[in-house]
Design a protein around this ligand. Sequence first.
Ligand code: SF4
Ligand code: SF4
Length: 130
Amino acid sequence: MYHLRPHHLLCIQHYVGRGYDEAFTQHMNQVTESLKQHPEQQIQIHEGCDELCTACPNREGDSCNSPDKVNNMDEAVRTLCKIQTGDVFTWEVVKDLAKKILLNGSFEKVCGNCNWYELCKSVRHGFFAD
Ligand code: SF4
Ligand code: SF4
């Protein structure tokens, strides 16, 4: 079971093979492929560094090196999706919960300060086509 921090529910669905470095991207490839192949698998909503952070060059010990930025995004997703730390969902259920963020026009509010925002905005069309 993957443990995922809330805003990563969006990052996974916008992933198009680009990441911080080779190790991060390889790990993202594994996780996203696993979720795609087995959407019935369970994930648990996590606080702080999660599965995706394990291979990230921006992780420093148990924390992201931009804690305020990512914590704010996590909080926004938790609130908008009405999810809490420790909740367990199948991937197919929680990914649709996160999709509602885009459908209600909150994407820029949640993700607008992220360095990847322009890229993710450009792949939104594919996101809606799922
Ligand atoms: S803009 Fe940033 S936080 Fe939002 S989905 Fe993309 S990578 Fe994730
Ligand atoms: S360490 Fe920070 S930048 Fe890296 S995946 Fe985790 S939250 Fe994102």
